[in-house]
Structures are given as C-alpha cells and as structure tokens.
Design a protein around this ligand. Structure first.
Ligand SMILES: [Cu+2]
Length: 129
C-alpha cells in the first residue's frame, strides 16, 4: 500500500510539474508579447536628434513624419545656431551641450544653417510615412 501511495505521489508531482511548465511557457509567451509591443510605444519615433559637432550637422539631412520633434544638440566647443532659411524657426547662440528643438507639423523641406558659420547647412524633410 505504501508503495502505491508513493507512486501516486510521484505521478501527482509530475503532473504538477507539467502544469507548472505550461504556466511558465504561457508567461514566457506573454512576456515576449509585451516586450515586442513596448518598442512601438516608445517615444523615440517622435523625436529625432541632430548632433552638432566639428562645424557640421550630423546627419545633415533627416526625413521625419509630421509632428516629429527635432532636437539639435551642440557637442562642439564653438557656439552654433540653427536658423531656418525661411525663418520659420531659429535658435539663439547655443553653447556647448545646449539644445534647441522644433516640432515640424507640416510636410515640406526645411533648409537651415548656422548663422555664425553659414557654410554649416542641413535640411529637414517632413513626409507622411
Ligand atoms: Cu556654427
């Protein structure tokens, strides 16, 4: 009798183990599902950063969707600015690590330059995806 009880007990434990594995598998699937969704929800797509360094805008040309905030960050030792060709947007002098941002709502091509070094140019192209 005691042997039989032991056998049942082992079978129970095996079944519990299998159920546990199934639950773990389900949690794993749910976990993977949510992690696959998260990057889409991240706000990274709404902001594009342009680095200013070595007397240039990098990248000099970006294409973004309407509503995107473009951020310029001055990593140079020199003061720079961001001024659009049509004066739609423009920063004051930006010291090292200063930032300037502008939200582009309408489609179009927006050429800009640094007013202190006019050979520094860039363009933001706003296009519907
Ligand atoms: Cu400059």
């Amino acid at each position: 009798m005691e042997r039989e009880t032991t056998r049942i007990s082992i079978a129970d434990r095996m079944m519990m183990g299998m159920a546990g594995a199934r639950i773990a598998g389900l949690l794993l699937i749910l976990g993977l599902g949510s992690s696959a969704v998260l990057p889409v929800a991240a706000s990274a797509a709404d902001t594009v950063t342009i680095e200013i360094g070595n007397y240039s805008f990098v990248p000099a040309e970006v294409t973004v969707a309407p509503g995107t905030r473009v951020v310029w960050v001055n990593h140079d030792e020199m003061v720079h600015s961001v001024v659009s060709a049509d004066h739609l947007f423009g920063s004051t002098g930006m010291d090292t690590e200063d930032e300037y941002s502008f939200v582009f709502e309408k489609e179009g091509d927006y050429a800009y330059l640094c007013s202190l070094h006019p050979y520094m140019t860039g363009i933001v192209k706003v296009r519907r995806p």
